[in-house]
Design a protein around this ligand. Structure first.
Ligand code: FE6
Length: 613
């Protein structure tokens, strides 16, 4: 049979169907044809590299292992050329023209099973070449096999149902795919557009890619190289490239795993938390790759929400390129990746916290809020996350922090709970009335300064089997300490608390003698099981229902304080004035608790008291 004249072939029915599906289901992502053809070229080069090791005779053996992309906006063509293993005539026919070619049937099946619209499918099954017909009026494939004895050929088709093959002289080794673009796809003949697409999807292909003679991929897939060969500057350069960042990374984690999944990951924590600076909420931006080819630059479920501050790359060979958020199987695979990577990252942070305390604390000051979010919301990793939290406390110096584990190690044997107070800053908590009872008993209190802390502590609930307890809550029971001299007797105290309850009426749930006051005359403790003062403030700020209901507080008084002793004397002699004082004491306590909504009545009353002072 002579092959010198063009031979015409009909596409098999299955191929027509395949072409049809590719063209019609992926038309929203036409640009991926570039990724597919570049991936094919890269695979062909990789195969040649292997062949060079085992075979002596290679056609055109001096050629560089590189990919050349050229565009011609006048002729409306784009050409992708590789010097890889190339195809013989038989291979050209076989690779395209027969459905026997392994991937096609599976591909059709997968597309039918909900994979349509998924551009990753197509590379997976080795049918990426077909995507060229989304943008092509006609496609010509010039190819010469690495086997020297072969002739070169050109395959051509307009994708409508048939193709031709004829001999072609003067071919270099490898394949050259020339696409004559449809009129409405002429964009793909523009240099900048192709540059953008190649940089997006194929930036880490290991062979040089030249676009119109200029090298465009200069950054390596660092995550696949071994750690001890990589310099800090290379990591930084990679981080800046990958994350479009201008800062230096604060922390990095480069690791690989083989079981249960093959993973190569390179993760970075940036210098600054931009959410804290008031920028918008971060989006997941650790990109997912399979063997250096981008699958998704913002995969939503690859990492938990609270890790949205991470940058970098996860590459897994085990991913089917047809990964989809729809199928159960793939969801499970991503979930598995998620767990493995999150666990590894938590282990890394734990090591940092232990071995590089200052760096960890600086990281925590910037990004700790995300760990708190995780501790409160992510039940799977809660325990590891709570260990990573840091707080100031009544026993730390200002600006120094403690872990809950260290707090627990300092607890006396009779202490059963971990106490915390939420307030705007250290000074406010130290001068408020709540701390003194704990101080007098040598009980450490964790200080929380962020509005979310209330919510976090409430959700975390316990650490190391010890309950986290708000030190300003009515349920806190403190042990007896010896009563100092000169306090009101128990009887007199009873009389005074009855008087106060009578005077204050519905404004208080209960009035009682306090076991937690040392210096202050009185304090208000939150008696609301469901709403803390901080929550109430937040709800008021958001104008939520329920925030306007009267607060439920207990008033606790200090029978040792001069104010109370004096009030006890006057409550029988000048009851009207004593009633005003009682109300003033309650308002003072509410101010300290951050629960006084309207100061005007208090100011008016104070003037009244001052009149007779
Ligand atoms: C995909 C054209 C059929 C090689 N190099 C490159 N592409 C390749 C192969 N493919 N298959 C092998 C393909 C075509 C037709 C399949 Br017709 F590009 N670059 Cl070795």
């Amino acid at each position: 049979m002579s092959t010198a004249t063009p031979q015409k072939f009909e596409f098999q029915a299955e191929i027509k169907q395949l072409l049809d599906i590719v063209i019609h289901s992926l038309y929203t992502e036409k640009e991926i044809f570039v990724r597919e053809l570049v991936s094919n070229a890269s695979d062909a080069l990789e195969k040649l590299r292997h062949t060079q090791i085992t075979e002596k005779e290679i056609f055109d053996d001096k050629l560089e292992l590189e990919i050349n992309v050229t565009t011609d906006d006048k002729a409306k063509t784009i050409t992708i050329q590789d010097f890889g293993i190339g195809m013989t005539r038989a291979e050209l026919v076989e690779n395209l023209g027969t459905i026997a070619h392994s991937g096609s049937k599976q591909f059709l099946k997968a597309m039918g099973e909900g994979g349509a619209k998924n551009s990753n499918l197509i590379g997976q099954f080795g049918v990426g070449f077909y995507s060229a017909f989304m943008v092509a009026k006609s496609v010509k494939v010039y190819s010469h096999s690495w086997r020297g004895a072969e002739q070169g050929h050109v395959w051509s088709s307009d994708g409508s149902g048939s193709y031709e093959i004829e001999e072609s002289d003067g071919q270099r080794r490898g394949s050259k795919i020339v696409i004559e673009l449809k009129d409405d796809c002429a964009d793909y003949a523009s240099d900048w557009k192709i540059k953008e697409i190649v940089e997006r999807y194929s930036a880490f292909v290991s062979f040089p890619i030249n676009l119109n003679g200029k090298r465009i991929n200069t950054i390596q897939a660092l995550w696949l190289r071994s750690k001890n060969e990589i310099k800090d500057e290379e990591y930084t350069e990679f981080y800046k490239f990958q994350s479009h960042a201008h800062d230096d990374p604060r922390l990095r984690l480069h690791f690989s795993a083989d079981a249960p999944l093959s993973i190569n990951a390179l993760l970075f924590v940036p210098k600054d938390n931009t959410e804290k600076l008031g920028f918008s909420r971060l989006e997941a931006s650790v990109a997912l790759y399979c063997r250096k080819v981008l699958i998704d630059s913002k995969p939503k479920d690859l990492l938990p929400e609270w890790l949205r501050f991470l940058k970098g790359v996860v590459d897994s060979e085990d991913l089917p390129l047809n990964i989809s958020r729809e199928t159960m199987q793939d969801k499970a695979l991503i979930a598995k990746l998620n767990t493995v990577i999150t666990k590894r990252l938590l282990k890394f942070l734990e090591e940092e916290a232990k071995n590089r305390v200052d760096a960890y604390n600086e990281f925590y000051a910037e990004f700790g809020i995300f760990l708190k979010e995780g501790a409160a919301m992510d039940y799977t990793h809660k325990d590891s996350l709570v260990k990573l939290l840091r707080f100031e406390s009544s026993l730390t110096e200002k600006g120094k922090t403690t872990s809950l584990a260290d707090y627990v190690s300092r607890m006396g044997s009779e202490q059963k709970e971990i106490y915390y107070l939420v307030g705007p800053n250290r000074a406010a908590l130290e001068s408020g009335p709540y701390l003194e009872g704990f101080k007098a008993r040598n009980l450490e209190v964790v200080f929380c300064y962020e509005p979310v802390d209330e919510y976090v502590m409430g959700n975390v609930r316990e650490f190391d089997s010890k309950k986290l307890t708000a030190a300003d809550h009515a349920d806190v029971k403190l042990s007896d300490i010896p009563k100092p001299e000169g306090a009101l007797s128990e009887d007199d105290t009873k009389k005074l608390t009855s008087f106060l309850k009578e005077s204050l009426g519905a404004r208080v749930e209960e009035v009682k003698a306090s076991d937690r006051l040392v210096d202050s005359p009185a304090l208000a403790v939150n008696a609301d099981k469901f709403m803390s003062p901080q929550m109430r403030r937040m709800m008021k700020a958001m104008k939520k229902d329920g925030a306007d209901e009267p607060v439920k507080v207990n008033l606790e008084i200090n029978p040792r304080s001069a104010v109370m002793k004096r009030l006890f004397e006057t409550h029988t002699t000048t009851p009207d004035r004593a009633k005003l004082v009682a109300e003033q004491i309650l308002d003072n306590a509410l101010i300290s608790a951050g629960l006084l909504d309207d100061a005007n009545p208090m100011v008016a009353r104070l003037y009244k008291l001052l009149e007779t002072a």
